[in-house]
Every structure is written in C-alpha cells, then in structure tokens.
Design a protein around this ligand. Structure first.
Ligand code: FUL
Length: 482
C-alpha cells in the first residue's frame, strides 16, 4: 500500500505546486488590467487625505499678549487689557482667502488662560473684559467669517494654563475637557484641534498630568471629522521646528510615541500609523503682534523658501499672521501675503508637461486606466501606476523643441499609501542624460526647485519604491525671475 501511494501522492503534489506557481506568477506580473494596485502599509483616513489637500492655512495668535506685547502671559493680566478697538474677523478671513489659504486656526486660549469665548468653566475670559461690555465672543465672529468666506476653522487651545487655580490637579482635566466641549459644540465644524505641547507649572507649582484619552475622545465625539495635532493620540505631527522647514525625506507614516519625538521631520518609513507633518511658523518675529516688528515681516524670498520647504516637502504649512491691537491684520503682513500669492500663481499657472508627449517604461496591465496621461488631468483620483513587480520605472517627457523650466512637482496617490523611496530627474543635453537632482520621498506633494534648464527632454526615474509606484500628478513649471 505504502509503495503504491507514494508516487501517486507525489505526482498530485507536483501537479498542484505547478498550478500554484503558474497562478502566483501571473498574479505577480500584472494583475488583470482592471485591477487597481493594492493599498500598501499604513493608510490615511479620508479626513487626513482632505487635510493634506488643504496644504496652506493661517494661524492667528491673538489675546491679552497682543495688548501687553508679550509672548507668554503670566495669567495675572487684568482681563480689561483685552480690548480690540476694531475687531474684524471678516478682514482676517478675506485676507486668508485672497492669500490662497484654506483655513484659519485661532488661539482661543493661550498659556495665560484667557478665553476668547465666554466660557462657563473659567473666570478669565472675554466676559470679564471691557470689550463689548463683556458680551463679545471672538470665536463666534471668526466662525461666522470663515463660513462666509468658505474657509475651514481650527482651534488652538493651550492645555497649559497659568491662570486657572485648579491647574496641576485632576479637576483641571475636567475643566479643560468641558471647555473643549464648548468650543467644539457651539461654533460649527472644526477641522483641527491644536494641542500645544508646552507644559509648565501651574499656580500651585505643579505640572499637569493631562488626560489625553479624555480630551481626544471628547474632541472626536463632538466633531467626528476633527484631526488632533500633537498628543499621544495624534492624527498630525509637529514637524520639529518653528521655522516652517519640512524635511526632504518625509514619510507620512510614523509611530505615535508621544514625548520621545524621534524623526519628527522625516517620519518613519513603514511606520505603523499615518501621521503627516505640519509646519508652524510666524510671518514676523514672535507669535503675537507687536508694533516693533511691523517692519520685520518676512521677506518674499524667505516666504517662498518656507513654502517650498513645507508644502513642497509633503508638509502642510500653518503660517501665523497675528492681528494688532485693533484686531486687524496689519497691511505689511497682508501685502506680503498677496505678493507671495501672486508669485505662486504665476509659477504654477502653466504646466509645461501638458504640451509634451509623455511615455513611461511600464503601464499597469497595459491598461488605459493607468495611463501616463492621468498624470496631467488635474484629477487627483486618477493615476499612472505600474505592474506590481515593477518597483522602478521611468517617465519621459518630450516637447519636440527646447523648453525652459525650474520647478518639478510630483504627487503620489496617498489613499493607496506612500510608496516611493527614491527618484531622480534628468534632462537631455549633448546626446546624454544630465542629472538635475537625486531625491528620496514624494508623498502627497513634492516640489523640486532648481536653476532654470533649457531642454527638449526630461526624464523622471522612480528608482526604488516599497510597492509599485502610484503617481497622481506631474507638473513642470517655469517660475518667474529664476
Ligand atoms: C508654542 C507656544 O509656547 C508658543 O507661544 C506658540 O503658541 C507656538 C505655536 O507653540 O508651544
């Protein structure tokens, strides 16, 4: 029996393994043309994808510090110091909108504990100020202005509170949570809550052990789509500096180890959770307005550098534009914002790639669904992709006649994960490819700046990817003046 069974059994095993190998092989090479690439690694939530598309928005530091001309109030300020002579949140919103920003995040409470809305949970608020006889509500005015101008609204609420007498006790966590519930339930939709990491001593000399689980769950209960910046349960990470500088290599994937903060700029390749970076920076020295800094608004060169080193490096830009004692944005800041907008609009107006012939070394399943033209259609949801096995591939752009350009923009389709690990850009000159740049990650958006090149052909080579590349957009531009 044994002697007979063996060869028969073996031949079945051999046949089955042949079938398995053959099937496995055809699956690997290309998936049938209709098959979309499988998602890879940690993925963004739909809210994180929408957040990434916002790219650029306004931070507004405003409060007693504006009137005392300080950065960190002590919490002992007389509430009457807060007295804007002409608060105009519509002017903030109008400025943000014209600057091309998508939202405004307001400091509803800074470390001094003064609340810009009439809270039930603290005495130190607009209710105690002479402004509008204690009847004012800055957050209400901002929420209405944002709605009118089609902007999203976000909230910065400092957990550190130098005024509240319960700070440093368990009770303070309830005070903070209840205050949070007020701002997240009364003013419409809030896209982001900014938990500031600064944590000093309270009036009793104690540091607070924050109940992050409570704060986060409460935030999500009141605003299911909200994204939390910076806490043990963060959806968004701090980029690691206050200069608006993202990292060249920047994975949106991360491991949430709050407090240890490794790799803030670079993120972590194959990190377990999708936690993209946000860069906060002020348009002038200090976070709050001081007349002394009116002539120190950052130059257009510095702002462009910040833009390319944040938005251009897969990092959202949160640019602080602090209103003055009137409660209005100073003309020096708004003028600079408009100059920046104008240059960016001119730069990105004409995508030179649109007029070129584009060929790729591989197209997924040879299917028109994943064709190179998808790179140019301005629809983020269509993309060029390669076969599963093809972890490197190239895109060649040919204009038939020389073109001058100095910016290159690439976008990965992040709902399927971040994949590209390295890529190079070359142009054709004197019968050979000449290197423009060797780079690492792309992510939601990557923009390369280089001295203007005049060439008929350009080649982008994805050299290494964690899974087959899935690229949504390609842009080639000529920035003025470079
Ligand atoms: C820091 C704060 O201490 C600064 O005052 C400012 O609000 C900045 C955005 O965050 O942690």
């Amino acid at each position: 029996m044994k002697n007979h069974f063996c060869p028969y059994f073996l031949s079945i095993v051999c046949f089955l393994s042949f079938v398995w190998v053959a099937c496995g092989d055809s699956d690997d090479t290309s998936s049938s043309p209709g098959d979309a690439p499988a998602p890879y690694g940690a993925l963004p939530s739909p809210q994180q994808v929408e957040w990434q598309k916002m790219e650029y928005y306004m931070f507004v530091h405003f409060g007693p510090n504006t009137f005392t001309e300080s950065e960190w109030g002590t919490g002992l300020e007389d509430p009457n110091v807060f007295n804007p002579t002409n608060l105009d949140c519509r002017q903030w919103a109008r400025t943000a909108k014209a600057a091309g920003m998508k939202a405004i995040i307001l400091t509803v409470k800074h470390h001094d504990g003064f609340c810009l809305w009439p809270t039930r949970w603290a005495d130190h608020s607009v209710k105690k100020s002479q402004w509008k006889n204690g009847e004012g509500d800055v957050l209400r005015e901002l929420s209405e202005a944002c709605r009118e101008y089609g902007l999203k609204m976000g909230i910065y609420m400092s957990p550190w509170d130098r005024n509240n007498s319960s700070y440093g006790t368990d009770y303070y966590n309830r005070v903070y949570a209840n205050s949070l519930a007020e701002v997240l339930s009364r003013y419409g939709s809030v896209f982001e809550i900014w938990f500031d990491g600064a944590n000093g001593e309270g009036p009793n000399g104690k540091e607070q052990a924050y109940d992050w689980a409570l704060f986060t769950s409460l935030a999500k209960r009141n605003q299911p789509d909200i994204l939390c910046f910076w806490s043990p349960y963060m959806d968004l990470r701090w980029v690691g500096n206050e200069k608006g500088q993202g990292s060249e290599t920047n994975w949106a994937t991360y491991n949430a180890e709050y407090g240890t903060t490794p790799a803030l700029g670079t993120g972590i390749e194959d990190g377990k959770i999708w936690i993209p970076a946000e860069a906060d920076v002020s348009i002038r020295p200090g976070w709050f307005h001081r007349p002394a800094t009116d002539n120190q608004v950052k130059s257009i060169e510095t702002l462009l550098d910040i833009y390319y080193h944040s938005v251009g490096r897969n990092t959202n830009l949160l640019l602080n534009v602090p209103p003055d004692k009137r409660g209005m944005i100073h003309p020096n800041d708004s003028t600079r914002l408009m100059e920046l907008r104008k240059i960016l609009d001119e730069t990105f107006k004409v995508n030179l790639a649109q007029s070129a012939t584009i060929t790729t070394s591989n197209t997924r399943g040879n299917s028109s669904k994943y064709k190179a033209q998808n790179l140019l259609d301005e629809d983020y949801d269509t993309y060029w992709a390669t076969d599963d096995r093809q972890l490197s591939a190239s895109i060649e752009i040919d204009w038939n006649k020389p073109q001058s350009f100095n910016r290159l923009m690439l976008q990965e389709y992040i709902p399927l994960g971040q994949r590209v690990k390295s890529f190079s850009v070359e142009y054709w000159k004197d019968g050979q490819w000449q290197l423009i740049d060797n780079q690492t990650t792309i992510g939601y958006k990557r923009i390369l700046c280089f001295p203007a090149v005049s060439a008929q052909k350009l080649r982008i080579t994805i050299k290494e990817a964690l899974a087959c590349p899935v690229i949504s957009s390609l842009g080639i531009y000529k920035a003025p003046g470079d």
